[in-house]
Design a protein around this ligand. Structure first.
Ligand SMILES: *Cc1c(COP(=O)(O)O)cnc(C)c1O
Length: 299
């Protein structure tokens, strides 16, 4: 296994289609999904400073939290393996009879998996008390160091300053905070929540922006979850296949397909006004599609 991150493959892809033409809107997709097939996209950006801190402070084990399909869990497992650190994943919910692909892979990467009930999972403090000498990373890499890493994402655009609107998917809000912190003052940032009704998000994002003078307008949209976090009804699968056929853009079921759908909807409904220049961050997550039955997707 080699530590190869394909920075040279990160690029912007210009989307051309009738609903953009009709509204005189330009749309570029920043393909950070192309960085790595497993540590895909934003997870490397968010985790890098945590790993650095753990090493600097001579920890030999990193532990973090996540669900059974979590991109964050697998990225942490992979990066720890590469960095020569041990890793522990605290997994939400009891172990199922059939182990999801993500967890199986994390296990193969040497991560120790500890399942806790949903109720226990909510009290991270209590869980942490049971371990010693561990460098803890919050669920989803949430935190200042995560946002600091995500500040580098926009620099992979040829011309990040030219966009009026930047759109990204939102889980913990860490990436969005990094985008806001690194955007030009007048750029508008829209986050598309992957969850149903997570109204805390705005506060969590704001907490990562404190102490910095941020004037950017930003907003989190809550109506594009397709039934809830990680829910993937047939309508979403159909949409993903369409997006692939029309634009050769692969998306994932949890985050980027929903955010891309939102982008199309916001442009068609002119929430994003005509003549805007839009950047969509493709944050990765494609490994999550492996949990689908074969042939569900055409890519
Ligand atoms: C984790 C993840 C997100 C959410 O990022 P946050 O910083 O937690 O908001 C978005 N897209 C993909 C593909 C992810 O894996």
């Amino acid at each position: 296994m080699k530590y190869i991150l394909h920075f040279e493959d990160v690029c912007t892809q210009t989307i051309k289609t009738d609903w953009l033409l009709q509204n005189q809107v330009s749309l570029d997709v920043l393909r950070i999904d192309r960085l790595h097939e497993i540590i895909s996209g934003n997870k490397w950006f968010k985790l890098q400073y945590y790993l650095q801190k753990a090493k600097e402070n001579n920890y030999d084990t990193i532990a973090t939290f996540g669900g059974a399909y979590s991109n964050h869990i697998i990225a942490t497992a992979y990066l720890c393996k590469l960095a020569g650190l041990k890793s522990i994943g605290i997994i939400r919910g009891e172990a199922a009879l059939y182990m999801p692909h993500t967890l199986e892979q994390a296990l193969n990467l040497g991560m120790r998996l500890i399942h806790v009930s949903r109720a226990e999972f909510k009290d991270a403090g209590r869980i942490k008390e049971k371990f010693k000498n561990i460098y803890w990373i919050n669920e989803g890499g949430y935190g200042i160091a995560g946002a600091k890493g995500a500040k580098q994402i926009l620099s992979y655009c040829d011309d990040p300053g030219k966009y009026s609107h930047i759109i990204c998917s939102v889980g913990s809000g860490t990436m969005m905070a990094g985008i806001i912190l690194s955007a030009k003052n007048d750029q508008i940032i829209f986050g598309i929540s992957a969850m149903k009704g997570n109204r805390e998000l705005v506060h969590k994002i704001k907490a990562l922006l404190d102490n910095e003078s941020v004037n950017n307008p930003y907003r989190v949209f809550h109506d594009y979850h397709f039934g809830g976090y990680a829910k993937h009804p047939p309508s979403l699968m159909l949409y993903m296949n369409e997006v692939w056929e029309q634009h050769q853009l692969p998306t994932d079921i949890v985050y980027t397909a929903k955010a891309f759908y939102a982008t199309e909807d916001l442009i068609k409904n002119r929430i994003i006004p005509q003549k805007s220049d839009v950047l969509f961050i493709h944050s990765g997550g494609l490994q999550g599609n492996l949990s689908l039955p074969p042939k569900t997707l055409t890519f």
